[in-house]
Design a protein around this ligand. Structure first.
Ligand SMILES: [Zn+2]
Length: 511
């Protein structure tokens, strides 16, 4: 029996709509074996319980663990040599990056996330061939194992794709436009679909069977509507139903993706998904930057959820998702970093701040997310999309104790108006480095900024050593192909005449 009393000047239990949060001043949370037993005034709880330890004190803000609702990998694409480009060409450039050991990379990032107060992540991993001599199942398990090692919660999925690999067109059609020498190079180097749809489903089924951790949920995923055949999408949907897993997919991240839908199906990709029966309350879509008003209707009707990634959308020239419209309609919107935070790190507090500011449309009286709403999106809504909603996301009796302590003095010193709303203070001023202590399921993972489970220096040293190896021939071939292909992909997209639909948000729109 391990118990603790987690104490703060403020305990922010949960947001209550747009205008307020449930906050206990001079409060505490009493947890035993990871279960929240009681929340109340510190003096009262101290008198009633005999905890094994008291964590925190009057110099802290106690909040639910933050949830990163969309994530892929650890070292950022920029760290690996890919500066920002529009998504469509960025993907081609990113293809040329060197290999990174996925286990070390996942662990490296889990450390960053824990250090910045993230206790749960939606990890969506590109399905690639396993390294030589390793079975696909063991490779998948090792990635999930990185989260088990770290102690974080994760909703983990592999995504697959089976068409339009190079641009938003049938592979054959695009290859016909390229010089023969480049086509030969592509056929030699490019891994079109290394893993079949059946193998993807088998792998996910095996991961579900092997998963014994209550902190891990295995999800199923498809990459994005235009990259997946209807058959693949239907298989993913059926698998989710059969195994009662969450389903995650990128949708309408860019205007090109939206226009692909109107060109190919005469409707948006989301409407196409709806026609396939794909949408539903177990489905979360990443981005949705180009959702139309009728798409928002479909989100509402089907209970489909959104994972919003404002930094990524800014960095990759994708646009601004119509989050004000989605929230007004009651759609569940969570916040993710998508490996491309505005500071090129994994600071969800920073991402919350950006999410709040970017939806401030010009005009007095125009609604935009309040700090309480943003707090709700980064905690409770994140728990919903990762299927941990019954367990975490808020501080409530009976839930699991995923708790973060922020150093109040770092946010409020030397002066902060004493009437300041503390949730405003978190969202306006909080940074990942203000996180002092992180608790998952009652277990302290970060204690006064020191990791308890993982040796950060060792992980960094191992990652650095693995990346100091000279590039292998297949990496050099991939980099060469990426450079050769990039101008052609760039030109292919430059030929599109982008539709001039009215913007959801009128940032300096010309009338
Ligand atoms: Zn993504």
């Amino acid at each position: 029996m391990a118990s603790s009393l987690i104490r703060g000047k403020y305990v922010v239990c949960r947001a209550l709509g747009d205008d307020e949060s449930e906050i206990i001043t001079d409060g505490a949370v009493f947890q035993r074996d990871g279960e929240i037993i009681e929340i109340g005034r510190y003096d009262d709880l101290k008198a009633r319980h005999q905890p094994d330890e008291v964590i925190g004190g009057p110099g802290f803000i106690v909040i639910p663990g933050l949830i990163n609702a969309h994530h892929h990998s650890g070292l950022t694409p920029f760290q690996l040599g890919s500066p920002d480009l529009p998504l469509e060409t960025w993907i081609t450039a990113k293809f040329g990056q060197r290999d990174v050991d996925p286990y070390l990379d996942t662990l490296y990032c889990a450390i960053q996330m824990i250090e910045s107060g993230i206790t749960t992540v939606m990890h969506n991993h590109a399905l690639r061939s396993a390294p030589e001599g390793v079975s696909l199942d063991d490779w998948g398990s090792s990635l999930v194992g990185a989260y088990e090692t770290s102690g974080m919660r994760a909703a983990f999925s592999f995504f697959n794709r089976d068409q339009n690999h190079l641009v938003y067109e049938d592979n054959g059609g695009f290859l016909n436009t390229l010089p023969q020498s480049l086509v030969t190079q592509i056929n030699d180097v490019f891994p079109f679909s290394p893993i079949s749809s059946a193998d993807h489903l088998d792998l996910t089924e095996e991961l579900i069977k092997r998963n014994e951790s209550e902190r891990v949920h295995i999800f199923i995923s498809a990459h994005n509507v235009h990259w997946c055949s209807d058959e693949m999408l239907s298989d993913v949907k059926a698998f989710g139903g059969q195994h009662e897993t969450g389903i995650h997919i990128h949708v309408q991240e860019t205007i090109y993706q939206k226009m692909y839908g109107t060109r190919h199906w005469g409707m948006t990709p989301l409407a196409h998904l709806n026609n396939l029966g794909f949408l539903g309350p177990e489905v979360s879509i990443a981005h949705g930057t180009w959702l139309t008003d009728s798409d928002i209707d479909l989100m509402v009707e089907t209970g489909t959820m959104l994972c919003h990634n404002p930094s990524s959308n800014l960095r990759l020239s994708s646009g601004v998702a119509p989050v004000n419209r989605l929230l007004a309609r009651g759609v569940e919107v969570a916040i993710g970093i998508d490996e491309a935070g505005i500071n090129d790190d994994n600071d969800l507090l920073q991402e919350m701040r950006l999410a709040q500011k970017i939806h401030r449309e010009p005009g007095v009286g125009v609604l935009s997310p309040s700090s309480h709403r943003i707090f709700d999106m980064a905690t409770r809504a994140g728990a919903e999309v990762t299927f941990f909603g019954n367990e975490v996301g808020t501080l409530e009796v009976g839930k699991r104790a995923d708790i973060v302590l922020l150093d109040l003095s770092r946010i409020s010193e030397p002066y902060l108006d004493p009437d300041t709303d503390i949730v405003d203070a978190i969202v306006y001023r909080g940074k990942g480095e203000d996180v002092d202590t992180v608790i998952v399921d009652g277990e302290v993972l970060l204690n006064e900024r020191e990791l308890t489970r993982v040796n950060k220096a060792d992980v960094h040293a191992e990652l650095k050593a693995s990346l100091s190896q000279p590039l292998k021939s297949h990496e050099l071939n991939r980099a060469a192909l990426s450079s050769a292909l990039l101008p052609h992909v760039n030109q292919w997209f430059a030929n599109w005449e982008l539709e001039q639909s009215g913007p959801h948000y009128r940032y300096n729109a010309r009338g």
